[in-house]
Design a protein around this ligand. Structure first.
Ligand code: PMP
Length: 354
């Protein structure tokens, strides 16, 4: 640490993203990316705009906002576009957590980092049995509420009625529902937007629309809330969403059928993978996302399996210590990738050498 860093940030622990090693080719099942490439129209749109990159992009993101508004039956003033949904979450912690924030004990690791970055008082709500979010613990919290639905790391989804209970009972505070994984089978809280002005739905193009590399996120909410978020964006980096990402997002929405079909394939693969892992003795949470959180059978340690798979060219996510020390998070890949994972896992469990 340099002696120049603001002392308030001395103990800040940065978020650790899933590794992207370059030492060899890996089957990447560690960052919940899509195994499928962007649709052909996206590739065309991105190369088509390359010749105009001497100019700044449209800071107001008008084309993409209009396309998102049409897709979700809202108005453009109900839509915010940013460089990844991490950016929106950052703005939420930066600007809307004056009375502190509540988030689940097991969830997206960035919530704690953003809280610390912005000096927000955190209230970490314990999980119920089976690593669930229990709505009863989430009523009238008197502070901003952030939940992920489906939840990060577990993939478990709350039914819409439970999300509504949380939003309704915290009417004086903002409730942020992070729906990074919603397209793989959960119910979106976007349906509640007309009724609750304290609701913000945060979404991303990174998972269900195969655009993790483009860094594109969006939020859906009331017009005043969105205008506040825009004010924070324009006070940080108005041009944060590149011309290529805007073009990619618009083209992806024009071919949304392609992505929604792939989501259905991934959801079906998730169930198959879970069933085969179950036969091998792994216990997985009932995930509605594009990943499984799985505990290996007795006698096998999650960390050992993680390392042995890595040696075999397959990356999954191991979180180190804490409440997830016994688990592996495995992103659902293509049928071929999942097959390779299961085959490699078989060799690890039989104690075979690489
Ligand atoms: N929310 C959750 C729950 C996530 O798992 C992720 C991805 N790691 C994000 C938000 C951020 O996604 P992005 O910034 O790529 O849109």
């Amino acid at each position: 640490m340099s002696r120049f860093l603001n002392s308030r940030l001395e103990s800040l622990e940065a978020y650790v993203p899933g590794e992207q090693p370059a030492d060899r080719e890996y089957i990447k099942l560690n960052a919940n990316e899509s195994p499928y490439p962007p649709s052909p129209g996206v590739v065309r749109a991105v190369s088509g705009c390359a010749g105009r990159m001497n100019l700044y992009p449209d800071a107001a993101c008008r084309g993409l906002k209009a396309a998102l508004a049409a897709r979700y039956n809202l108005l453009p003033e109900n839509v915010m576009v940013t460089a990844g949904s991490d950016d929106i979450l950052n703005f939420c912690f930066m600007g809307f957590c004056g009375r502190g924030v509540a988030y689940p004990a097991v969830s997206y690791g960035f919530y704690e980092v953003f809280a610390d970055l912005h000096g927000v008082e955190r209230s970490v709500i314990p999980m119920g049995p089976g690593l669930t979010i229990e709505p009863g613990r989430w009523e009238n919290l008197g502070r901003t509420v952030v939940i992920a639905n489906p939840n990060a790391q577990t993939g478990i989804a709350l039914p819409l009625a439970d999300v509504e209970r949380i939003v309704a009972s915290n009417a004086s505070d903002l409730v942020v529902v992070d729906e990074a994984y919603v397209d793989f089978g959960a119910e979106s809280a976007a349906a509640l937007l007309g009724e609750y002005e304290n609701l913000l739905v945060v979404r991303t193009f990174s998972k269900s629309r195969s655009l993790a590399g483009a860094r594109l996120g969006f939020a859906l909410g009331g017009a005043e809330l969105i205008a506040d978020l825009e004010r924070l964006k324009y006070s940080t980096n108005p041009y944060s969403v590149s011309m290529a990402s805007l073009a990619a997002g618009e083209a992806a929405l024009a071919e949304d059928g392609y992505y929604m079909e792939k989501c259905a394939v991934i959801a079906a693969e998730r169930e198959k993978l879970k069933s085969v892992l179950g036969k091998m003795g792994f216990v997985s949470t009932p995930s509605m996302a594009n990943f499984l959180l799985s505990r290996p059978p007795e006698g096998l340690r999650a960390e050992e399996i993680f390392l042995a798979l890595r040696e075999r060219g397959i990356l999954v996510r191991y979180f180190g210590g804490g409440s997830l020390a016994e688990y592996l998070r495995i992103s659902v890949g293509s049928p071929e990738q999942n097959g390779a994972l299961l085959e490699a896992l078989g060799t690890v469990m039989r104690g075979e050498k690489v």
